[in-house]
Design a protein around this ligand. Sequence first.
Ligand code: ACO
Length: 325
Amino acid sequence: MTLNRAVAVGCGHYLPERVVENAEFEKSLETSDEWIRTRTGIERRHFAADGEKTSDLATKAALAALEDAGLTGHDIDAIVLATATPDQTFPSTATRVQHAIGMEKGFAFDVAAVCAGFIYALGMANSLIASGQAHRVLVIGAETFSRIMDWSDRSTCVLFGDGAGALVLESRPGNGDKNDRGILSTDLNSDGRYNDLLYVDGGVSSTQSAGVLRMQGQEVFKHAVVKLAESGETAMAKAGITADEIDWIVPHQANLRIITRTAHKMGVPMTRVVVTVQDHGNTSAASIPLALSVARARGQIKDGDMLLMEAIGGGLAWGAATMRW
Ligand code: ACO
């Protein structure tokens, strides 16, 4: 059966210039480089400059992805942008990017699923392409989490960073089996009973302010390993593949211990896992497209490779996707 597959034809990323090493937090908090490294795997992260907005990072990542694909904004029908740190309450950050890349047709919208945002955005883009509503979709994850940190809370402010990554998906005919290139399966989940484990304590209709991030780290950790492995296995089953067929897991980069335990649970060795958390920290919705772009640049992900992407975050919201590059 011939169907429309959403095939990756380009990717790119952007990281703000300012790099903050773990040791910088030792000046203002009772913490240490050693604690942060051993508990999280994080060594450094990037923070946006004053006035640098999520849409600025997203636009630079989008332009890099378009260049990689040999395309311009005119060639794109839709932008799906995942973020929990939009420039403004409205309009969407996606429409700001649409304007900045010179895209004057089609449509653009934001997706809010926090750290799982990129997987949700991929799911939406895949549906748009599969149903014939769009031919080429720019999927972006972009965040400025440095804007919602409580800098006196050492259990959260050392974990996050800013950045953006983008992927261009193009409709190509496929046979409907696991040998096709493109997105082969997605698995999306959420459970609002866990809102209180990870949230921002402000918002338009509650406090009329942006608020700061609050998290019960250990609880999130426990849910993360179980739910990510389950969702990863569901996505593989939907695609008709097994763990030994995965060339690369490209996980949400929150914590090296979560990444390691989840891969172990799914039976995939760490030699087949893309890890960037040491250099980026947790960039929420940006972490997977950033990791994809870095892994392509490193020469890790090659044409034809089978990928499993998985992520979890506030909501709780989580999911996984399989894709042959
Ligand atoms: N430096 C030094 N000590 C710290 C720090 C810090 N930065 N942060 C916390 N501590 C202390 C705590 O106060 C506590 O001290 P106490 O025993 O005197 O009370 C001690 O370290 C242990 O704290 P725990 O919270 O038990 O530490 P844990 O080993 O669980 O590590 C962490 C904390 C890293 C947050 C971990 O729980 C985690 O990674 N959770 C996953 C959450 C996550 O990554 N969320 C990101 C968003 S969701 C997602 O993307 C998956």
